[in-house]
Design a protein around this ligand. Structure first.
Ligand code: IUR
Length: 473
């Protein structure tokens, strides 16, 4: 037996010791697929002590994992639960998007119904906000009656009748992720490239998708501070997706300024409805049309990304995406009369107080720092510090200026919607510091999409090499 193996043959099966596997990873050696399978299986059987799991996760955080190990971990996490199955005739049409989390990121709300209006099936599994980033389910729950809890059977029915649903993670889909994530959270091992990759991609593989797009964000308000960090994560995610048979693309997008003009759950739904009416902020519409365009191209519903983007723009402009959104909301529990009339003038509940802040100087808006704005809104009740916190959907902010725009001193630039607790002077000052005004001339802001990670062989899904292509060319 090799010196590095952690297994002993016993009755024709390999018996591994968890302590040996931890030691191997601690020493910087790659784990075999059998060892990774053993860890995940024993974790699911409750046979791995918390101390052992914590130690192994820290060893992975310190030593990393190569692409084979990351792939094995992803596969074993998928095997820990059920996999969604779909009718044969939907083959090639099943698409989804994952974002690493941003501020004002309501892209999924118009994107899912727009893709459905283009003939795709979108079983979108989303999450809740935690920390300064918002969550798609929280936004949708600001519409009374909306339920994110849908069984696989209900998802199938909604995909048949509407074409898209946006739901929460069900307990039997990748149950290993819940256990590992909770342990990562308390052992300072969340920010590990292979652990993030396996966590995100196992859930996407379990959805049995035909194509996937990832929005990997970088910047002050993103998980990845630099574009290089975001590229590394994107390469890891795309490589695992493609190797496991899902044509996958990643967009690298900037997350310094809030997306669109609104931050906060009900305000963001209204802004998403504007986009679904063919209006709304340009940066949001660009993200929706380009993300959707890439997905349509990836799953063969468009000959190019740009033709895909045109198709998405068309269903936003002709009202068919809005119809899909309304039907999805009705299918997910919203009263028919409310769902069928949802539009950007709908009253989704308003905060009892509004306060506008004014620009302190004259000049050009260089930056509207998303992170402090989100942190203050969360302190006012818009978001959660821990998973069990209750949020107030009506708290939020409308940003009244755009990056690149000229503003005059005294101009109102942000409107805060709040209830209890009230806005404090220190928060007012921190908000003022979030608006960066310079004396450069007014300018057109660059696209948020800064890079694209595309697999070479988008159709066959068996080529793990990835290439980068410059965005906006
Ligand atoms: N989202 C996930 O699904 N998994 C992770 O590990 C992180 C975000 I970080």
């Amino acid at each position: 037996m090799m010196a590095t193996t952690t297994a002993e043959r016993c009755n024709d099966t390999f018996q591994f010791r968890i302590a040996d596997i931890i030691g191997k990873k601690r020493n910087g050696l790659p784990l075999s697929s059998q060892e990774i399978r053993h860890v995940v299986k024993e974790t699911m059987r409750g046979q791995v002590q918390d101390s052992q799991l914590g130690a192994l996760l820290m060893a992975i955080w310190l030593r990393g994992m190569n692409s084979e190990e990351t792939m094995s971990l992803t596969k074993e996490m998928v095997a820990s639960g059920c996999v969604l199955t779909w009718p044969e005739e939907w083959h090639g049409l099943l698409v989804d998007k994952h974002s690493t989390g941003g501020v004002g990121d309501k892209v999924s709300l118009p994107l899912a119904p727009a893709l459905a209006a283009c003939g795709c099936k979108v079983p979108m599994i989303s999450g809740r906000g935690l920390g300064h980033t918002g969550g798609t389910l929280d936004k949708l729950e600001s519409v009374p009656g909306f339920s994110s809890k849908q069984s696989p059977e209900q998802m199938l029915e909604i995909l048949h009748s509407v074409g898209c649903c946006i739901v929460g993670q069900s307990a039997n889909l990748v149950p290993a992720d819940k256990i590992l994530y909770e342990m990562r959270d308390v052992t300072a091992t969340v920010d590990s490239l292979p652990l993030i990759t396996a966590s995100v991609m196992s859930k996407k593989v379990a959805e049995s998708l035909s194509a996937l797009i990832l929005d990997v964000k970088f910047g002050e308000a993103a998980q990845s501070p630099t574009i290089e960090d975001a590229r590394r994560l994107a390469h890891s995610l795309v490589s695992v997706g493609v190797s496991l048979g899902i044509p996958t693309i990643a967009l690298i997008t900037n997350m310094d300024n809030p997306i669109g003009h609104c931050v906060g759950n009900s305000l963001e739904v209204i802004e998403a409805l504007k986009c679904l009416e063919g209006k709304g902020p340009e940066d949001l519409r660009e993200l929706v049309t380009r993300t959707g365009g890439y997905l349509l191209w990836l799953c063969g519903q468009a000959v190019s990304e740009s033709q895909g983007a045109e198709k998405i723009a068309k269903v936003l402009d002709d009202g068919s995406a809005l119809q899909c959104f309304r039907k999805m909301m009705e299918a997910q529990g919203v009263q028919p009369d409310i769902a069928r009339s949802l539009n950007s003038n709908s009253n989704l509940g308003k905060a009892s107080h509004i306060e506008e802040l004014i620009a302190q100087t004259t000049g050009t808006v260089e930056l509207i720092r998303a992170r402090p704005i989100a942190e203050i809104l969360n302190a006012l009740g818009a978001g959660r510090k821990k998973a069990t916190d209750v949020i107030n959907h009506n708290i939020g902010a409308e940003i009244l200026v755009k990056v690149g725009q000229h503003v005059e001193k005294g101009f109102p630039w942000i409107r805060i919607h709040y209830e209890k607790p009230p806005l404090h002077d220190t928060q007012r000052q921190a908000l003022q510091n979030a608006l960066c005004i310079t004396d450069r001339p007014a300018f057109t802001p660059p696209s948020l999409i800064r890079d694209i990670i595309v697999s070479h062989d988008k159709k066959q899904g068996n080529d793990t090499t990835v290439q980068r292509e410059k965005a906006n060319n």
